[in-house]
Design a binder for this molecule. Structure first.
Ligand SMILES: [Zn+2]
Length: 120
């Protein structure tokens, strides 16, 4: 028996899928225009994007130097999917937890670090 909450979740998922399909169609239609729009957004939101990018670069370098080791399983769901470094604080770039992509998206949504008002 589907509860109201199940129905709301299904609608939310469906809207997400529709938005993703729309984005992919826009990209397929004109990749250069799409990339240009992304670049404009990134420049306008540099204060939000830059700390995340810097932290991610630090993780990449630390992995190459062997300072960080990527585990084989997600810290949340324990599945062995490709893992991403999740930051709770971009000023501590090597303090990460390792999450699979679905868990990372969920976790970032639950633990927002950069907000519009913080960047302003
Ligand atoms: Zn996971």
């Amino acid at each position: 028996m589907a509860t109201d909450k199940d129905i709301l979740r299904a609608r939310h998922r469906e809207r997400g899928r529709a938005a993703t399909a729309q984005r992919r169609a826009r990209y397929a239609n004109n990749p250069d225009a799409f990339k240009a729009q992304v670049a404009v957004w990134q420049r306008a939101n540099a204060a939000r994007v830059r700390p995340a990018h810097t932290a991610s670069q630090a993780v990449y370098r630390a992995l190459k130097r062997g300072l960080l080791v990527r585990p084989s399983r997600c810290s949340l769901c324990n599945r062995s999917l490709p893992l991403e470094a999740a930051h709770s604080d971009y000023t501590k770039p090597l303090k990460v937890i390792w999450l699979c992509r679905p868990c990372h998206r969920w976790w970032d949504h639950r633990h927002p670090k950069t907000r519009r008002e913080a960047a302003a």
